[in-house]
Design a protein around this ligand. Structure first.
Ligand code: SF4
Length: 942
């Protein structure tokens, strides 16, 4: 295979071998220049003066005498103009940023395509005015007037920005291209080479077209194009859209090189649908291994990543055998570990200002932000912040004062190490942010200095230092627009524009690159990832003030043009390749809906007909990682250690909650009770249901405590009412730890708890009044009582019995019966307590409350065999007190007899035997509704 750059090298050598130092070759990008120089030197086979090779933007900058300004400085320039034009109605810099970026994008495009900006913006503002024209003569609203004023002012922004740049001899890309194109006859004087060769271009902007046309007409430049008849000669093929135009328009263009590789060469194209990004990465790793095994190296092989997010995982999947590889695309700084740390710090400072509300006690740093910063791997690997993170995570405090936090942090770091604690100082100005972040860089640099393989960290730190330098170098006036709150936005913007270059073996081994970097390069083997609709071609996003129809009218590129550019890159890369693997993601994600690119449909339908030697194989890998987890049942067999643990549980005593967990799902029981997995204790930003329940139980226990074993009357109950508020506050403060209950939803929850308790007392007083009229006196027998018993439930010789235990909220009695009461803060319906088929207790989680009450009744009966009174076991729902006491109804009987309790004991015994049955592994419940509130969903893949 002769590549395009080899052909170019031959052309240069053949035509200018005696004048090579006076040749300048201009390519679409910088990437290919090394390859071209290598091919020229191979052709020369001796020491020669190398010709100059430029990327087009560098060539235009070189002949312009102007200095390119970065986008952030441009944005500040534009904001200055905004302040002057809008005066007191001006937006803050933060609000202006996205609008300003869109303006800069439009100005750049208008200039690149040499559009008359005045005509375009006046046309645009007129169309806007027409769209708001009220035929009935009604006056425009203030908002509509403002809208029109903005569109009327766009040209003024453009003009003022260009004037300022001109005065400083500066330019943005479009401005520079226009300047050179409009003055090419004069700028040609700056060209010191005798021969220019423009090679490998496709879609030229109007300014590039003007420049190249002039230079070719003046016979200073030649053009070399790379095309194949397949897409060039078919007017329907979008890949050839621009080259067809140039070959018609530009009659002197050198189109001698039109190839016919698609027609003549054999190719193997494998199209593979792979679920998820990571699936593609793993599969691509295997493909590279296959190529390596077949060829013995990965020379002439390109891995093309259409989604830059795959770069880092892909680097971990490159076969170890492939020692040499080169990454051309660069790692976006926002994917760096350091970016994550800095962003977390800036977010913490932004939220401190954004969430501040001193009236509500919201002052200081937000607890989640602090934990995120402290638990960053860079800090965690050096300091022991675990204690602080845990206490922040469980104290229920939402905001932390800077000085208090610093004191706590200082207790975990060396005395003279102030850099880390400075991160938690109050940063008043962006200067503070820059100073403390610079300190952090130095500190991290010291930290990594002695580590092996620290190259990546060094690169991160170097590029971050450059970003800070850029921000620090902004003129004073520009810095004054930034606040600590907006600092993060600007930092993010800069980070998005920053790529960390990789230095590898540029001419050796595997080449990893994005689609744009493939321009002018050819490879025998290609593995291409993320060839999905929405990625290749990219989805249509609109970030312009100029509507599409006006763009077309003025000759600016539209979606069809952008798609045609992608199509050219795709087909050009394929035209000389021998073996191509095209992978696409079959799962929808943030970029695409899981559809293969229409380019794949095109090649599948067209290429084998065009050339029968092109073999296309299609394959769909349809096992998703989620499927594999979901479909793979989890079964835990009861081997010796597990049986031992079960025996320990049985000796300690089973509780109602443990047994109900087993009924809900035996695997959940295993995770929670056998393996001892604990749910993470987390900060309750608002009072959680269990804290509410515990508080109410504690208040009721304290209120009723003085009356245990006494006959209770309405008067006693009424005497409790004044204590409700104080006790509720006291227990919330105790149980909600450092959480604030003085405002918002927490205040409402506290009020609700007080209301629940007061209502319960009032209802009780009324009930007591009623029953005392019938001479039935109510005695409080026990409160918060722990009950235990032993069940004769022979499991094996080691375990002839098991223990059962429980805490009963309240037991009271009248002369006729004994009541076992459980208070619930949630809703309960009588249906959950009606047991027409008691055997269902073993399998239906909906009877969990019945199970709990029956266990209490059984415990009571076992502990008090002397009792002869009938037993009622039920619930008082604090949320729905109109229903009063709701008792278990056992086979139609709302009073539990000894026979009922004995029958229940047998059911319970059968259930416990199931827990110990070695033939029954712990496994996932069949009913997925049971998983709704399970804390182990992620562990088990449900
Ligand atoms: S998620 Fe469902 S199946 Fe898995 S342990 Fe929990 S309840 Fe059982």
């Amino acid at each position: 295979m002769t590549t395009f750059l080899q052909k170019t090298a031959d052309y240069i050598f053949d035509n200018y071998q005696n004048d090579l130092e006076n040749v300048c070759i201009i390519l679409p990008n910088r990437r290919a220049s090394l390859y071209l120089k290598k091919f020229i030197s191979e052709r020369a086979q001796k020491n020669i003066w190398s010709p100059q090779v430029f990327a087009v933007e560098d060539f235009i900058a070189a002949i312009s005498d102007k200095v390119i300004v970065d986008n952030v400085s441009l944005l500040f320039d534009l904001y200055n103009i905004h302040l002057e034009l809008e005066k007191e109605e001006a937006r803050s810099f933060d609000e202006f940023m996205s609008m300003g970026e869109m303006m800069l994008h439009d100005f750049n495009e208008i200039d690149l395509y040499l559009v008359n900006a005045e005509s375009l913006f006046s046309f645009l503002s007129e169309t806007k005015a027409i769209s708001l024209w009220n035929l009935d003569g009604k006056e425009l609203t203030p908002f509509q007037k403002k809208y029109l004023k903005f569109y009327n002012s766009l040209y003024t922004y453009y003009q003022l920005l260009n004037e300022r740049l001109l005065a400083r001899n500066q330019a943005y890309q479009g401005h520079l291209y226009r300047f050179v194109a409009e003055n090419i006859a004069e700028k040609v004087q700056n060209i010191s080479w005798n021969h220019l060769v423009f090679a490998g271009f496709n879609a030229l902007t109007t300014s590039e077209e003007t420049i190249i046309k002039y230079l070719t007409k003046e016979e200073i430049a030649k053009t070399l194009w790379d095309a194949d008849e397949y897409y060039l000669l078919n007017p329907q093929q979008e890949a050839g859209k621009f080259l067809r135009k140039y070959s018609e328009l530009w009659l002197d263009a050198n189109f001698d090189w039109i190839g016919n590789d698609f027609k003549t060469d054999a190719k193997e194209i494998n199209i593979i649908g792979v679920p998820m990004k990571i699936g593609q990465v793993k599969y691509a790793g295997n493909l590279l291994k296959d190529i390596y095994n077949e060829k013995g190296n990965l020379e002439h092989t390109a891995l093309v990543l259409n989604d830059e997010n795959l770069l880092i995982p892909m680097l971990h999947s490159i076969p170890e055998e492939s020692k040499a590889f080169n990454v051309t695309m660069g790692l976006p700084f926002r994917h760096a570990v350091l970016y994550n740390l800095v962003d977390s710090i800036l977010l913490m400072h932004e939220n401190r200002i954004r969430l501040a509300n001193p009236d509500r006690g919201q002052n200081g740093f937000y607890f989640k932000d602090i934990s995120k910063v402290l638990s960053h791997p860079y800090l965690m690997s050096e300091f022991d912040f675990e204690g602080i993170i845990k206490s922040i995570g469980t104290s229920n405090r939402i905001f932390y004062d800077s000085s208090e936090l610093i004191k706590r942090i200082q207790s975990s770091i060396p005395v003279d190490d102030s850099v880390i604690s400075n991160v938690f100082l109050i940063w008043e100005t962006p200067k503070d942010a820059i100073t403390h972040l610079k300190g952090l860089i130095d500190r991290l640099h010291q930290r990594f200095k002695d580590e092996e393989n620290r190259f990546l960290e060094d690169e991160y730190l170097y590029h971050f230092a450059k970003l800070l330098f850029q921000l620090n170098s902004l003129p004073e006036i520009h810095q004054s627009f930034i606040t600590v709150k907006t600092f993060r936005k600007i930092f993010t913007r800069l980070a998005v524009l920053t790529n960390i270059p990789f230095y590898g073996e540029p001419l050796e081994g595997l080449q990893i690159m994005g689609m744009l970097e493939t321009r002018t390069l050819d490879f025998e083997n290609i593995v291409m990832l993320s060839v999905n609709e929405g990625i290749l071609p990219a989805s249509r996003s609109f970030n312009s003030f100029v509507p599409l129809d006006i763009k077309r009218q003025f000759g600016l590129p539209d979606y069809a043009d952008k798609d045609a550019i992608f199509a050219y890159h795709f087909y050009r890369l394929l035209q000389r390749a021998k073996k191509v693997s095209i992978l696409y993601n079959t799962e929808a994600d943030e970029f695409s809906g899981g559809d293969m690119s229409r380019f794949i449909y095109q090649i599948v339908n067209e290429l084998p007909k065009y050339n029968p030697n092109i073999i296309i194989n299609e394959q769909l890998l349809n096992i998703t990682a989620t499927d594999s987890l979901q479909n793979k049942p989890i079964r835990i067999f009861k081997h010796e250690n597990i049986m031992k643990r079960l025996n320990e549980l049985a000796m300690k005593g089973f509780s109602a909650s443990g047994l109900n967990t087993f009924v809900n799902c035996s695997l959940q029981f295993y995770f929670k009770n056998v393996a001892g997995l604990e749910e993470l204790e987390e900060t309750e930003e608002t009072i959680a249901a269990n804290t509410l329940g515990s508080t109410i139980h504690a208040v009721l226990a304290e209120l009723y405590e003085p009356f245990v074993t006494k006959i209770i009357c309405a008067e006693y109950i009424n005497s409790m009412l004044p204590q409700v508020d104080g006790l509720t506050d006291k227990y919330f403060k105790e149980l909600y730890k450092d959480g604030d209950i003085s405002f918002g939803i927490n205040l409402l929850t506290v009020k609700m708890a007080k209301l629940f308790i007061a209502n319960l007392l009032r209802n009780e007083a009324t009930q007591i009044d009623k029953i005392s009229k019938d001479n039935a006196l109510l005695t409080i027998n026990m409160l918060e009582q722990k009950l235990e018993c032993v069940l004769d439930c022979f499991i094996n010789d080691d375990l002839p019995f098991v223990k059962l235990k429980g805490y009963v909220d309240r037991i009271d009695s009248t002369s006729e019966f004994i009541r076992i009461i459980d208070y619930k803060t949630g809703n309960t319906s009588q249906n959950e307590l009606n047991l027409t088929e008691p055997d269902l207790l073993q399998s239906e989680p909906k009877f969990a409350k019945s199970m709990q009450l029956l266990i209490y009744a059984l415990l009571f009966m076992k502990e008090h065999p002397e009792n002869e009174k009938p037993l009622k076991a039920g619930i008082i729902s604090l949320r729905n007190q109109t229903k009063g006491f709701m008792g278990v109804n056992y086979e139609g009987n709302d009073t539990l007899t000894v026979q009922n309790i004995n029958a229940f004991e047998e059911i319970l015994s059968a259930l416990i035997h199931k827990i110990f049955d070695k033939e029954l592994p712990f496994e996932q419940t069949e009913n997925e509704e049971n998983c709704l509130y399970c804390a182990f969903k992620e562990v088990c893949g449900r």
